[in-house]
Design a protein around this ligand. Sequence first.
Ligand code: NAP
Length: 250
Amino acid sequence: MSKKLEGKVAVVTGASKGIGASIARHLADEGAAVVVNYSSSKAGADRVVGQIVEHGGRAVAVQADVSKPADVRRLFAETKKAFGKLDVLVNNAGIYKFAPLSEVTPEHFHEQFDLNVLGLVLATQEAARLFGPEGGSVVNISSVVATLAPANTSVYSGTKAAVNAITRSLAQELGPRKIRVNAINPGMVETEGTHSSGITESEMRKGVEAQTPLGRIGQPQDIAPAAVFLASSDSAWITGETLYISGGLR
Ligand code: NAP
């Protein structure tokens, strides 16, 4: 059976760990050549590239801090150099920090908005320049918090609500160029990030599981197949959508 992304080139931001790493592997398994972006974890990115190559795929690791405009430009220049073109961008790099209103600072705000929102817009801008006449697919990793908006997450939830709105707006703007823009809104997923921040070991996890119809938190591989679907021509007439993958939690 032919692979869904044979001959395609994809950039996945923040692909050295967690959800991004799983998406990179799944895109490569379907035949895409993948740029595995990372910020600080070279070893993690090299591991993901190694796993892809072991499975007969093509991938390169490219360091770039996606919150920095010059780094974003370099990421896409390196992509062109490595694979000559671009068909798919997965805007996955993101950070989550929770704080009650009394502890919100400009640093807390800018750290999250600069990566989760500005970085996503800048990366999409560069991708739109590189996509060819046949268009492209942008997959934004948003979150259930975009609409669930729990207490003590005002800034993080705000970044993801912005991602939902940007997804809708850019889908309309870029549709005439055959560029599709969709979002995946995961519920709580067990990743390096949710472990190191203590979320997966917290009372919050138990609360989330109690409210989730399917009764558990997610794994990265619960998310990645949907990114393949949105990247491929199986979703050729789908744009501007937000797909919740959260075990039924809304
Ligand atoms: P994670 O385990 O913390 O991994 C984050 C990834 O992003 C790493 O590869 C990291 O690279 C990269 N990254 C961080 N800062 C970056 C920057 N400035 N430039 C480029 N890359 C950067 O994260 P995750 O839990 O998989 O989450 C991934 C995405 O899903 C985020 O957008 C998050 O908001 C969203 N999400 C997560 C959950 C969840 O429960 N896990 C739920 C809903 C939505 P380095 O390691 O090199 O720094």
